[in-house]
Every structure is written in structure tokens, then in C-alpha cells.
Design a protein around this ligand. Structure first.
Ligand SMILES: *Cc1c(COP(=O)(O)O)cnc(C)c1O
Length: 229
């Protein structure tokens, strides 16, 4: 069965297939499948699909825009909020730090000291601090956000000394149009070098590869919910 075939299935069935494939990839790599989490990327998806995801038992969701996420998870689906884990996987502006800290359980896109400062300030004010991942610009692409791999050690050190922040792990979006596996491999090595345990990598087209290379969180959107509207 190719990835494209999933569009014929219900969202609940697609979830079963994705979880099965995740388990096979984990087994291939000699890993425990309970160590690997399926993050359903609900950005730009209509409510009926998100509801179908919730009804299928999905509990971890990823969003890339704070405003859109607030509309959804404080709005139509507010009653589900308590039983879910919400992860911000898109760029965060400092002026949205307080909203983000209030809504998300995990922010995967910490990429600069100014943002760290804004998050700490928002945490002091709200009494809530999400777990944090550092986004790494693993392909060293000029237009992409993320800490450059070479700058990661200094960034980690500054986070610790200036704000006493200990991130949980790393996240990356490899360059499009290139094989993802060398980038996944490199991110996994960086995480190992710095003793970070969470690795968010892999999307609809390459989540199985990412698991084979050590991903603890795969972010799957269109394969699960269908093409974005
Ligand atoms: C949109 C998005 C995804 C999901 O992409 P699909 O190809 O639809 O699975 C994953 N990660 C990030 C950071 C995204 O913005």
C-alpha cells in the first residue's frame, strides 16, 4: 500500500495504518514503539476532520499558528483540551509568547535567545511554562528558521546560564527536494551529543525513515487528515 492509497480510508482507519507503519519502522530499528509518538498536524484542517481524529482516539496535535490554534482549541474543541497534548510546531513571534505559553504543552520551535526571554517573561506572568524543543536549521538553509547546527552548543549554554532553561530535545524540517535521512541522522547525533532525549522529525512523506533514525515524535498532517484546505 502506498501513502496515496490512504485517501480512500476513513480518518480512523488511516490512523490505524499510520500507527501500524510506525510500529513496523520501530521494530526494524529495534526500538520500542511506545517510545514513539504520533503528532497529528491539524493546521489548516476543517473541524469535521479534526473531530474525526479526536473520535478515533488521537490525543496529540500539532499546530503551526498560535491564532489559528487558539481559535480551535479554546473554541470548538475546548472541551477536549484537558485530555490532549498540544504542540506548537510553527515559528513563534515574541509578541505571541504569552498566548503560546497559555495554550501549548510543548513549543518545538525555540530558535533564538530573544524568544527564550519572552517565554520566560510570559511564564513568570502566567505561572505556566511549556516543555521546549530547539528547532535546528539542519540543512543550513538561509530562508529557514532554526538554530544553525554549529551554533547549537553556544545556544544551549546561553539558555542555561541566562534563563536556566533545559530544553527537552530537538526538532527539524529538512530541506525539501533532498533525501531526508542524512538530515535526520545528523539531528539524532546532535541530540545524542548533548544528552537531549526528544527528537521531533519526520512528516507524511518520511515519518518511517525518521523513526528508523531515532525520532521520538513524528508530525503527520496531510496523510492523516487529507490535503490541507
Ligand atoms: C505542516 C507541517 C507538518 C505536516 O506536514 P505533512 O506533510 O502534511 O505531514 C509537519 N511539520 C511541520 C513543522 C509543519 O509545518
Amino acid at each position: 500500500m502506498t501513502n496515496d492509497d490512504l485517501s480512500e480510508l476513513t480518518i480512523a482507519k488511516r490512523r490505524d495504518v499510520i500507527l501500524e507503519r510506525m510500529a513496523s519502522a520501530a521494530k526494524w530499528a529495534g526500538r520500542t514503539s511506545s517510545d514513539i509518538n504520533f503528532v497529528a498536524v491539524s493546521k489548516q484542517q476543517p473541524d469535521d476532520r479534526v473531530l474525526a481524529g479526536l473520535e478515533a482516539g488521537q490525543t496529540i496535535f500539532g499546530e503551526n499558528r498560535v491564532q489559528e490554534a487558539m481559535g480551535r482549541w479554546n473554541g470548538a474543541f475546548a472541551e477536549h483540551r484537558e485530555s490532549l497534548e498540544l504542540r506548537l510546531i510553527g515559528p513563534l513571534q515574541t509578541n505571541k509568547a504569552e498566548d503560546a505559553v497559555l495554550l501549548f504543552d510543548v513549543i518545538e520551535t525555540l530558535d533564538r535567545m530573544k524568544l527564550a526571554g519572552a517565554l520566560v517573561k510570559a511564564a513568570d506572568k502566567t505561572g505556566r511554562m511549556p516543555r521546549l524543543l530547539i528547532q535546528v536549521n539542519i540543512g543550513v538553509e538561509p530562508q529557514k528558521s532554526g538554530v544553525l547546527p554549529d551554533e547549537l552548543p553556544a545556544f544551549l549554554k546561553s539558555l542555561k546560564t541566562e534563563y536556566d532553561i533545559l530544553p527537552e530535545g530537538l526538532m527539524c524540517i529538512p530541506p525539501s527536494g533532498e533525501a531526508a535521512s542524512p538530515h535526520f541522522w545528523w539531528l539524532a547525533n546532535l541530540a545524542k551529543d548533548y544528552g537531549l532525549k526528544t527528537l521531533s522529525m519526520g512528516m507524511s512523506s518520511d515519518y518511517e525513515t525518521a523513526i528508523k533514525m531515532g525520532a521520538t515524535h513524528v508530525r503527520v498532517g496531510s496523510l492523516f487528515f487529507g490535503a490541507r484546505t
